[in-house]
Design a protein around this ligand. Structure first.
Ligand code: AMP
Length: 293
């Protein structure tokens, strides 16, 4: 089965730097997932990545019981990879704040607000972007939290202030969080994962030089795009990111434990095995707490 997909291609004019946006319509294969349902390989997440004026195509399908999840864990535990795999299985849309900043980093400098330019400087150093900038960006995209397919928040919230703001927003908008999945991994494995990680510049698929190498060196198995090492995966940034996690994000574990929504999952082993573990824990969780379904 094939699905029609629109892609936005952005060209930047060398003289006036104006951005030309061209829509390219392509047909691509849909996949049949493990439950026998057709499922596109990846949702383009346009409303999240480009902002609310962009439309997600294909529009995520509305499901009866959308999963509304937060993925927690230190940088390098594999939240992005899990979000990708969970999206294939649960349909929920992968909403990564890091992906929004990286997409902004590819825009012409003159298209960026002063706050976004400053945010990109923080990101390159591996430091956290100030809460006010992150929150403005998330609040602007709050429509994505109402997505009929549910959501998987990856990389947000990262501080107690962000977690409080999200809690208030969800309460005001009548949205219930299904659960918070906290991925756990020893620090030496985290460092090894981060330094070997390579990301596809086109579809954002994640590979690892040792654990999950691409079939052809430097080329994405999924879309043929080039693989690159994220600036913040270099050794000097890794140290800063892990310190920022300990100081600002680790306290969220206690925050969500107190709210009774925390599920801790071991992030050791192959990505597919971790995903199976997550699905099993989530299914048991829903069976135990149907009120959250
Ligand atoms: P990630 O892809 O989630 O590892 O995010 C990459 C970088 O983006 C982080 O190291 C931060 O600099 C920035 N960032 C992403 N999400 C947030 C957030 N919720 N709060 C602060 N900074 C963030």
């Amino acid at each position: 089965m094939s699905i029609t997909t629109s892609l936005r291609v952005v060209y930047s004019c060398v003289r006036c730097r104006a951005a030309l946006v061209i829509r390219v319509t392509a047909r691509r294969r849909a996949r049949v997932n493990d439950w026998g349902m057709t499922n596109p390989t990846r949702n383009e997440r346009a409303s999240w990545i480009q902002g609310p004026s962009a439309r997600c195509e294909p529009t995520p399908e509305t499901v009866a019981n959308p999963w509304r999840l937060i993925l927690l864990g230190a940088p390098g535990v594999g939240k992005g990879t899990q979000a990708d795999l969970l999206h294939q299985r649960l349909r929920a849309c992968h909403l990564s704040t890091g992906d929004v900043f990286r997409a902004a980093g590819k825009q012409a400098q003159c298209d960026l607000s002063p706050a976004m330019k400053a945010a990109l400087d923080y990101m390159r150093r591996g430091a956290l972007v100030p809460d006010s900038t992150v929150w403005d960006m998330v609040r602007e995209r709050s429509g994505c939290l109402h997505c009929g397919g549910g959501f998987l928040l990856d990389g947000f919230p990262r501080t107690l202030a962000q977690a409080e703001s999200l809690k208030q927003l969800m309460e005001t908008e009548g949205l219930a969080l299904t659960a918070v999945v906290n991925y756990e991994l020893p620090v030496n494995e985290i460092v090894a994962r981060l330094s070997g990680r390579r990301t596809c510049e086109k579809c954002k698929a994640v590979f690892h030089l040792m654990e999950r190498p691409p079939k052809v060196e430097g080329v994405c198995d999924r879309c043929g795009g080039g693989l690159y090492q994220r600036e913040d995966d270099r050794p000097e940034s890794i140290k800063v990111r892990l310190e920022a996690y300990d100081r600002s994000t680790a306290p969220l574990i206690e925050f969500y434990k107190r709210l009774g929504v925390l599920l801790s999952i071991s992030a050791t082993g192959a990505p597919e095995a971790i995903c199976e573990r997550t699905i099993a824990a989530l299914t048991a969780w829903r069976a135990k707490c149907p009120a959250r379904a």
